[in-house]
Every structure is written in structure tokens, then in C-alpha cells.
Design a protein around this ligand. Structure first.
Ligand code: S3P
Length: 173
């Protein structure tokens, strides 16, 4: 089964995805890493040289390519992937999608230390980060909530989250 992980920056999509793929014996794809490899540039470089609109196009193209892969995989999508084009429709058509839901408070805590490699928040100081995240998450939530499965990830270990996902997988997709 193809499984996609969605959720806000910092919600653990890459870490959980890697472990889930290992457990299921499936290939793991990190969409951000895939975009960087395809374009020979880091996400930060793409944003600063070409802007967000171009990034969203490259992200869309990379997503379509990966969703067309025949074998089963687990994919960690970017925090913004479901919010552009008809990406959510495609994600739900081709994969079993899982929303990793993390509280705003915890997102802020995690992202404070990880701002630099995330171009959308790199320019914000700690004082302005909470307001930005609250608004942004509000806009994104409608897309995340269309996932096939939602898992609350607050205060849970990676192992616990992975086993909850496995327990809730449908018989076939
Ligand atoms: C983005 C999230 C990032 C990356 C890019 C834009 C977003 O991925 O795709 O910086 O719009 O939320 P992660 O969610 O893996 O940090």
C-alpha cells in the first residue's frame, strides 16, 4: 500500500515516515529530498533564487512523478504540498493519507530550533513565530483534515505513532 504523511512543518513526517517504511518493508521517499536531488539545489536555494511559486511547481511535478512509481512506498510530503493545485485529490486518489496532527504549542517549540532550513519561517524572530504559525496552520488545516486518517502525535514516541498508523491501515489501497 502507498502511504503518504502530511502535516505542518515540524510534525515529524520524515522521522515517522522512515520508521514506518522500515516496519512495512517498503521504500521511503522524502519529497523535499527528492526535489533537492532532482533540481540539484537545496529547498532554501530554490526559494531564494526562484521564489515560492516556482517551488510549488517543482514540488507538484516531483509529487506527480513519485505518485506514479509502481511499487509501494511511504512518502513524507512537504508541509505545504496538500495546499496547492489539486494535490490533495491526487494524494487521496493514489495513497492512503495520514495527517500527523501536532498542537500549535508543540509546533512552535520544535520550529524555534529549526527555523533556518525552512525558508517560510527563517526570517521570523521568536516573538513573531507564534502568530505566523497560528494563522498559517488555520489556512492549512482544511487540507490536512481531508486525510484518510488523523493521528494525534503530541507526547507520543515514534514507535507508538508508527504502530497506531499500522493498526489503522485499511485492508487494501
Ligand atoms: C514547506 C514545508 C517544508 C518544505 C518547504 C515549504 C511548507 O517541508 O517543503 O520549506 O510550505 O510548509 P517540511 O514540512 O518537511 O518542513
Amino acid at each position: 500500500m502507498k502511504i503518504s504523511l502530511i502535516g505542518y512543518m515540524g510534525s515529524g513526517k520524515s522521522t515517522i515516515g522512515k520508521r514506518l517504511a522500515e516496519k512495512l518493508n517498503q521504500k521511503f521517499i522524502d519529497l523535499d529530498v527528492y526535489i533537492e536531488q532532482e533540481n540539484n539545489e537545496t529547498i532554501q536555494e530554490i526559494f531564494s533564487r526562484n521564489g515560492e511559486i516556482k517551488f510549488r511547481k517543482l514540488e507538484r511535478d516531483a509529487m506527480v512523478k513519485t505518485l506514479n512509481i509502481e511499487e509501494d512506498f511511504v512518502i513524507a510530503l512537504g508541509g505545504g504540498t496538500p495546499a496547492y493545485y489539486n494535490n490533495t485529490e491526487l494524494i487521496n486518489e493514489r495513497t492512503f493519507s495520514v495527517y500527523l496532527r501536532l498542537s500549535i504549542k508543540e509546533i512552535i517549540e520544535r520550529l524555534k530550533n529549526e527555523k533556518n532550513r525552512r525558508p517560510l519561517i527563517a526570517h521570523l524572530d521568536d516573538e513573531h513565530l507564534p502568530e505566523f504559525i497560528a494563522k498559517h496552520l488555520f489556512e492549512r488545516r482544511i487540507f490536512y483534515e481531508r486525510a484518510n486518517l488523523t493521528i494525534d502525535v503530541n507526547e507520543k514516541t515514534v514507535e507508538k505513532i508508527v504502530s497506531e498508523i499500522i493498526q489503522n491501515l485499511p485492508p487494501r489501497k
